[in-house]
Design a protein around this ligand. Structure first.
Ligand SMILES: Cc1cc2nc3c(=O)[nH]c(=O)nc-3n(C[C@H](O)[C@H](O)[C@H](O)COP(=O)(O)OP(=O)(O)OC[C@H]3O[C@@H](n4cnc5c(N)ncnc54)[C@H](O)[C@@H]3O)c2cc1C
Length: 460
């Protein structure tokens, strides 16, 4: 029996995509530099049963299965491997339950982050994790990558909001069986934390078909925005380190360099001025006078980097435009040429040193670099941009990319703060982690997926 026939036995024909162009469009994520294989077929699943059937068929026939949400990943995690089934979960979008009494939501994996936020907001609730891709990326993808975002500096990452899930697994569970993991209580320590293991597993251990999420009450009032402008990236890094040193926790602390501001302005004409080498944007969401004092404390800490100016914004439109620019920076830079995206994360005190080293490495390799950062987390996204078709520039950027990973490791940091390992950071991860920890990870993969069908070649 062919793969298509076997899939067709449990899945309606209209879910199966064989048109080469459509399959290709579902075969890659946003990591332009990562290899994309040739998928055999794409499946746009609508139910958990269809997912389970696909996993059973792939296990029986030894065919790789690559889950995908919206394909906004930046490490090649959702890229097809040759001969695989691409399993598109973006049509499983139901909000199954919002339990306002217990601050819990149960959703299908394909719901877009912003759509979930809007759905729970109707009941006065809030789902905090806010990757800059929140208008497009799915909760399944966010969970599978343990996505971070802007407000993580105060409210934590996706992991902190995942209570449980349903997952189609293999190994000891038997391929194609649905396993319920986790809980919906505020606390719970029954057995090994398999929910935590699935968070950030990048589709390599099973397919997430439902997620139980922790919510918070919606915030009241409008946050204050603090802006600081700096003559250099390192100066901005000094200011960020000072914010941490003083024990301040703004609800966002982002960095944008001049190249990002210019790229967004050239594209969207928001009226941004790009005089400074780097801008820091902080948000303070504490209500009332306490918030006023906190915002002023952030202004004071910003002073440590000898800013051109640092102030609480009094112009809501300007503040909104600056945060919009932060979210638009990546697509704006993509217009300039293929982008290789770093995601290094260092201890916050090491931020000025790391920013200096990034500039030095880019200069030495003669690579064009633009930097955005969740600076308050020490999470930096230098974006290496090469002219289309310039192989020499590409080789130089690749060398700079690896050196930046090594610089982060040397400062006690990690090669990926939030985007995941995927294809692009596999070598870097091997250099970062204890070799015995790598062996434990290989053991886990072997136990849970002995046939190696779940997103093979990613992470490990
Ligand atoms: C403009 C832009 C801004 C971004 N900003 C941020 C940011 O601030 N913070 C951040 O963390 N990331 C950011 N990203 C990266 C990306 O958006 C996140 O990694 C996001 O979580 C991916 O979600 P997705 O639905 O697009 O998943 P995909 O890219 O489709 O998949 C990502 C990974 O998850 C796996 N996967 C997807 N769904 C499932 C499932 N149901 N079960 C099992 N595995 C699954 C895939 O196999 C793949 O390994 C940004 C990307 C862009 C393009």
């Amino acid at each position: 029996m062919t793969l298509l026939e076997a899939l067709g036995r449990g899945i309606p024909d209209d879910r199966l995509v064989t048109d080469a162009d459509v399959v290709a469009s579902l075969s890659g994520d946003e990591a332009e530099w990562a290899h994309v294989g040739a998928a055999a077929v794409a499946l746009r699943a609508r139910t958990e049963d269809e997912v389970a059937h696909a996993v059973t068929v792939c296990a029986d026939l030894g065919v790789p299965l690559v889950p995908r949400g919206a394909g906004t990943g930046l490490s090649g995690g959702a890229n097809a491997v040759d001969g695989c089934v691409v399993l598109d979960l973006s049509r499983m979008t139901a909000v199954k339950e919002v339990d306002a009494e217990n601050l819990v939501a149960v959703v299908e994996p394909g719901i877009v982050n912003d759509d979930l936020k809007a759905a729970v907001a109707e009941q006065g609730l809030w789902y905090p994790p806010d990757p800059a891709s929140s208008p497009w990326s799915t909760i399944g993808g966010n969970v599978a990558t343990n996505a971070g975002g802007l407000c993580c500096v105060k409210y934590g990452v996706t992991r902190d909001y995942v209570l449980g899930m349903r997952t189609v697994m293999g190994g000891p569970a038997g391929y194609g069986n649905v396993v319920t993991l986790g809980r919906r209580t505020a606390k719970g320590v029954a057995g090994y934390d398999l929910t935590a293991l699935m968070v950030g597993s990048e589709g390599t251990l099973g397919v997430i078909t439902e997620v139980t999420l922790r919510l918070r009450p919606a915030l009241a009032g409008k946050p204050r925005t603090v802006v600081g402008a700096y003559r250099s990236l390192v100066d901005a890094g000094v200011a960020v380190a000072e914010v941490t040193r003083r024990g301040l926790t703004p609800s966002a602390l982002e960095l944008l360099d001049r190249a990002c501001l210019t790229a967004v302005e050239d594209w969207k004409h928001l009226g941004l001025e790009a005089d400074a080498a780097a801008l820091l944007l902080a948000r303070v969401d504490t209500p009332g006078e306490g918030g006023d004092a906190e915002a002023q404390a952030v202004v004071d800490a910003f002073g440590a980097g000898d800013p051109m100016f640092a102030m609480v914004s009094t112009d809501d439109d300007e503040a909104d435009a600056l945060f919009a620019a932060r979210r638009l920076a990546y697509p704006a830079l993509e217009r300039l040429g293929p982008v290789l995206t770093e995601d290094v994360c260092v201890p916050r005190s090491a931020l000025p040193t790391m920013l200096g080293q990034l500039e030095e490495i880019a200069r030495r390799h003669d690579v064009t670099m633009a930097t955005i950062a969740h600076a308050g987390d020490g999470n930096l996204h230098p974006l290496l941009i090469t002219p289309p078709g310039d192989d020499a520039a590409r080789t130089a950027a690749q060398a700079a990319f690896e050196e930046m990973l090594d610089a982060a490791i040397a400062l006690g940091g990690t090669v990926t703060g939030e985007h995941g390992v995927g294809l692009l950071k596999r070598d870097g991860m091997l250099r970062e982690l204890d070799p015995l920890a790598i062996e434990v990870q290989r053991g886990i993969k072997q136990t849970l997926d002995p046939l190696g069908i779940f997103n093979p070649g990613k992470v490990l």
